[in-house]
Design a protein around this ligand. Structure first.
Ligand code: AMP
Ligand code: MG
Length: 287
């Protein structure tokens, strides 16, 4: 159990095959209730770790969530957050870029939302969208308004290199990065999209565009595999998590976040004993 966070970790992606990860896998844990219990234990540990992160005020943690539509990002993020102090974390959700965002380089909008020291930042989608959506749908690329002579065959490897460089730079500056790909099967997506249509409380989540995107499933998988191969590293590992079972994906994410923070060996800042004595004396001397 302890190694759940290691099991799906990819720190060197060169030979990574997405097909090697079965979206329905549960790593031998067959009981969803047991999975939920284990997750609750992580949640309790997480609150204390976050408190230390906040108090120490040196590191920040960036959690990146990527998935196909209905992959379970929103529910997983809600779950991770539910164990945290809201003062120390924030979520940034990235949608289709606005006109203002398109008037800048692709990284611009993401760099503005990075977590400060002591905080946990969650990216619901990220700069990885920019090596997926415009790569699969060329008409989206046209909207990015890059000078035509810069749009070459190398564009995607250039962007992936840029992402790798930014992640290295961030890690050298105290931003700890974990990247999650919640991997669902096409059949499971169909089931979840149908459920969105059937349930009036979920209708709002349905987007006709999701059906268009579904037709390009294979292209998206190829782009995801390329991105993971190019950018999985020791300092910014990918976690490719089987996500057909929501409870399992959430358990793995909570294990990764807990293990990552525990690995930082966070401690409360030590205050000079003399300063404490002086402060105590001053407080006791006044009514
Ligand atoms: P949702 O997360 O379901 O609200 O949908 C957000 C939509 O925005 C998805 O279809 C994403 O693929 C799309 N999106 C996010 N970032 C980008 C981007 N950089 N370029 C194009 N589309 C994007
Ligand atoms: Mg959607």
């Amino acid at each position: 159990m302890k190694s759940l966070h290691k099991h799906y970790r990819i720190a060197d992606g060169q030979r990574f095959e997405l097909a090697s990860v079965d979206p329905a896998d549960t790593c031998g844990i067959d009981d969803a209730d047991r999975g939920r219990d284990l997750r609750k234990q992580n949640t309790e540990a997480l609150l204390e770790l976050q408190d230390r992160l906040y108090a120490e005020h040196r590191w920040s943690l960036l959690l990146i969530f990527q998935a196909m539509d209905a992959g379970g990002k929103d529910g997983t993020i809600r779950d991770v957050m539910s164990g945290l102090n809201p003062q120390g974390c924030h979520v940034a959700s990235f949608k289709v870029p606005s006109d203002e965002e398109l008037d800048h380089d692709f990284m611009w909008r993401y760099l503005r939302r990075l977590p400060e020291r002591g905080k946990i930042g969650i990216f619901n989608r990220s700069y990885y969208e920019d090596v997926l959506v415009p790569r699969v749908h060329r008409e989206v690329m046209d909207k990015q308004r890059l000078p035509p002579r810069l749009v070459s065959k190398q564009l995607w490897s250039q962007r992936l290199d840029a992402i790798g460089n930014v992640e290295r730079y961030l890690s050298e500056n105290g931003v700890v990065i974990c990247k999650f790909f919640l991997h669902i099967s096409k059949q499971e997506q169909r089931k979840r999209l149908l459920a969105r249509l059937d349930d009036p409380q979920k209708n709002w989540k349905f987007d006709v565009g999701d059906i268009q995107v579904r037709r390009f499933w294979k292209d998206y998988m190829r782009c995801y595999q390329d991105a993971i191969r190019a950018t999985a590293s020791e300092h910014a590992p990918w976690y490719v998590i089987p996500a057909d079972h929501k409870w399992f994906a959430r358990l793995v994410v909570s294990s990764v976040v807990t293990a990552t923070l525990a690995g930082l060996q966070l401690d409360y800042p030590r205050i000079d004993a003399r300063k404490i004595a002086v402060a105590r004396k001053a407080l006791r001397a006044t009514p």
